[in-house]
Design a protein around this ligand. Structure first.
Ligand code: S3P
Length: 476
């Protein structure tokens, strides 16, 4: 019934430009982080139809490389996301002593050095645009007796790293140099032996939690992380999967306490990476707002700590049904059927934010097409993502003729009841999710939407254009 589209697994890492179809959406890696901005336009037209599978989950892919580095023996990974962010983590794993082999689309093998076995890298660890890769690797490196320098692109250079450096200093790391109160480029020197700590994360952040737990691997005794709001649990799951002793219990109404016993020998173990719900969010919202659409999305991870967007869209009246369910790599996955239809504005509670933190830009697009007002509460963390997403989303919505306001940490969007003018040019600020969100919007606005630069899409979803256009979208 529905035509099946292939995942369009990207070309080998760092050679994406070899594919002429995608060449104009690939950053030039010969000169670190300089690229020619690539404007992209999305126009409304046909309904979206067909079946697709989005690439592997970015969070799990970063962690797969990192656990591969820290395990002894060969870790086989399938379904790895081959976006630029994860490739930066793979390059860092190599620089720290791992052997990393690419065997075919999504298939990788990592020969690790074991906890305590990291090599002193020769040069700077350049993470490009990748907040997750850089912060998790700071946790790893900051607890080993090596000196490492971290850097990245203009977006990463603006992002706060004190949130990682503070607990690492308590564990014995020395911050040799840092920019502007804790920004990259920065240099870390790890202690001879890290000190285990009990750490309460100051903001709901899986990156902070994960950095402390990864550092705790190198410390003797128990490292404890307490979070008031539960965040994505991929690190805890992977620690257990690789044979570490980790205990997780509830803390208060919404939180968790994670206790890790340090200095384990991690066993190399195969990893299957399920499809990324944060990437699936784009075709999901596109199919909801483009009239007449009806699509199937295969094997989307439905981990409850990642599925706040689905909860919210269903509250808005979205027609999203589960066609089948399975388990992949220890995670629940589902094939989702999404059909276009009217949406109604809702209030999204702040405690839901950690389970959909990366999905607010595209939820704001859905809200623009809903009838009535959508209020998204407690979005302070959006200010420190790849861009200030609160400002970037509000500016983009206004460029499309949508009425919206930032009230404290809330975003309030007045829906157009299915009709949105569009016609604007959106500034993407080196932010892949801003780029994809406003291209999705253009599939249903009266006038096309234009973004100033689509190059960053390659950081997380290199096949975005091919997959969306394969469903019938007009993005060029
Ligand atoms: C991530 C955690 C989130 C998310 C990011 C990926 C992770 O960041 O925004 O894209 O893989 O741990 P915070 O933990 O800082 O909220």
């Amino acid at each position: 019934m529905l035509e099946r589209l292939d995942c369009a697994s990207p070309a080998p890492p760092f050679r994406l430009a070899a594919n002429p179809k995608r060449a104009n959406l690939t950053r030039d890696r010969r000169v670190a982080h300089s690229h020619n901005p690539t404007p992209v336009t999305a126009s409304a037209g046909r309904p979206l139809r067909g079946m697709l599978r989005v690439p592997g989950d970015k969070s799990i892919s970063h962690r797969a490389m990192i656990f591969g580095l820290l395990a002894v023996g060969e870790t086989r990974i399938s379904g790895l996301l081959e976006g630029e962010d994860v490739m930066a983590t793979a390059a860092a794993a190599r620089a720290l002593g791992a052997q990393v082999h690419h065997d075919g689309p999504g298939l990788w093998r990592v020969f690790g050095v074991g906890v305590g076995g990291l090599r002193q890298p020769d040069g700077v660890l350049d993470f490009g645009n990748a907040g997750t890769g850089s912060r998790l690797m700071m946790g790893v490196c900051g607890a080993h007796p090596i000196t490492t320098t971290f850097d990245g692109d203009a977006s990463l250079r603006k992002r706060p790293m004190r949130r990682i450096l503070d607990p690492l200093e308590r564990m014995g790391a020395v911050i040799v140099s840092q920019e502007d109160g804790g920004r990259v480029p920065l240099t870390l020197r790890g202690p001879r032996e890290a000190v285990p700590i009990e750490y309460r994360t100051p903001v709901a952040s899986a990156q902070i939690k994960s950095a402390v737990l990864l550092a705790g691997l190198a410390a003797p005794g128990e490292t404890t992380v307490i979070e008031t709001e539960a965040t994505r649990d991929h690190t805890e799951k992977m620690l257990a999967h690789f044979g570490a002793q980790v205990r997780v219990s509830t803390e208060g109404a919404h939180g968790r306490r994670i206790v890790l016993t340090g200095q384990p020998e991690l066993r190399a173990t195969p990893i299957v990476v399920p499809a990324d719900p944060s990437s699936a969010a784009f075709p999901i919202v596109a199919a909801l707002i483009a009239p007449g659409s009806d699509i199937l999305i295969e094997g989307v991870m439905t981990n409850p700590l990642r599925s706040g967007l689905l909860t919210t869209l269903r509250e808005m009246g979205a027609d999203i049904s589960v066609e089948s369910e399975a388990s992949e790599g220890g995670e629940a996955v589902a094939t989702l059927r999404v059909r276009a239809g009217g949406l109604a504005g809702v209030t999204v509670p702040p405690e839901r934010a950690p389970s959909m933190i990366d999905e607010y830009p595209v939820l704001a697009v859905a809200a623009a097409f809903a009838s009535g007002t959508t209020r998204m509460r407690g979005l302070q963390e959006l200010r420190v993502k790849e861009s200030d997403r609160l400002a970037a989303v509000a500016d983009g919505l206004r460029a499309a003729g949508v009425t919206c306001a930032i009230e404290g940490d809330d975003l309030v969007v007045e829906g157009g009841g299915g009709a949105v003018a569009g016609g604007g040019m959106v500034a993407t600020h080196l932010d892949h999710r801003i780029a994809m969100s406003f291209l999705v919007m253009g599939l249903a606005t009266r006038k096309p939407m234009r973004i100033d630069d689509g190059a960053m899409i390659a950081t997380s979803f290199p096949s975005f254009l091919a997959l969306m256009n394969g469903l019938g979208a007009d993005i060029a």
